[in-house]
Write a protein that binds this ligand. Structure first.
Ligand SMILES: O=c1[nH]c(=O)c2[nH]c(=O)[nH]c2[nH]1
Length: 301
């Protein structure tokens, strides 16, 4: 029997970078969380403690900050592509680089009815995410990009049913034709190309997800997820696959009968756990092989 080193990668996780664009009195802000991971010829570091090929994680962090100048004009996907390509093109032991990014949105503060030039309020809303993986050099270089969002908390107070389900001796759930449906959605989509209007597309996908959640009369969260995925793929050629993960944030009708009160779907207990966790991926049947697109580093995106 031999013991061998398996897959390995290393980098600097969660660089919290804030980029202010201050070329004019009206500033802009980008607030991101960037993780870098390098893959390549690093076995000696693990096997014999030889650091000759190891670009320090501190250097990866410094590079992420230096490249952050680009965030003045670039989307997070473009920034990630530039950073990943730098590591693969310029650092000889590196054969692949993975960049994972979270993008926190800020809204301009309104003071005396006017948007303020350099004060913002952090959106409590969802976080935009992206990942970039680059492998190989020159003509053989390939790139895989995913976009996404997480923590999109969304609720509808009607237009959702759950009935006709499989029952056995442990089933006590009552069927319902009118319930609250709520989730905190995570969605990640894989691009088939890097020629994309990244920011526009993000806004378009987000609005389709919200639109489908609101407008599809839901027979189950499973159906809603599929309809979301289908609509995104139908609307955006550049996306070849979308993965959706949705905790079912249960809202249980509270028993007010004990107090002689009626409860016509008016008062609920919002339970936080356990929760149903519904996950689905929707793809084009001719989607290219995902390669390392989903091989995560931090699990952040
Ligand atoms: O939309 C739902 N899907 C389920 O699979 C499920 N299971 C359950 O108990 N409630 C729900 N709701």
């Amino acid at each position: 029997m031999a013991i061998i080193l398996g897959d390995h990668q290393y980098g600097k996780a969660e660089n919290r970078i804030v980029r202010i664009v201050r070329d004019a009195p009206r500033h802009e802000i980008r607030d991101v969380n960037v993780s870098t991971a390098l893959r390549g010829d690093f076995a000696a570091a693990h096997l014999v403690g030889d650091q000759a090929n190891v670009l320090p994680t501190d250097t990866q962090k410094q590079t992420a900050y230096a490249f952050a100048k680009r965030l003045g004009r670039d989307s997070i996907e473009e920034y990630g592509l530039a950073l990943a390509r730098h590591f693969v093109d310029e650092v000889s032991p590196v054969t692949g680089a993975r960049i994972e990014i979270e993008d926190f949105a800020w809204t301009r503060a309104v003071v005396d009815g006017v948007e303020h030039d350099h004060t913002w309020v952090r959106n409590g809303q969802e976080v935009r995410t992206a990942s970039v993986t680059v492998e190989g050099r020159g003509d053989a270089q390939r790139a895989w990009v995913t976009g996404g969002l997480k923590d999109l908390v969304i609720l509808k107070s009607t237009g959702s049913e759950f009935r006709g389900f499989y029952e056995d001796e442990f089933t006590i759930l009552e069927p319902t034709t009118d319930r609250v449906m709520a989730t905190s959605l995570t969605a990640r989509w894989r691009f088939g190309t890097t020629q994309v209007a990244w920011d526009e597309l993000y806004a378009g996908v987000r609005s389709i997800l919200v639109d489908r959640f609101a407008l599809v009369h839901s027979l189950a969260l499973q159906q809603t997820l599929y309809e979301m995925g289908r609509a995104v793929l139908e609307a955006h050629e550049a996306i070849v696959e979308i993965r959706l993960s949705a905790p079912n944030k249960h809202h249980f009708l509270y028993d007010l009968g004990r107090f002689g009160l009626t409860n016509h779907g008016e008062v609920y207990h919002a339970d936080d756990r356990p929760y149903g966790l519904i996950q689905a991926s929707v793809t084009r049947d001719d989607a290219p092989d995902p390669g390392p697109a989903w091989h995560q580093y931090t699990g952040l995106v």
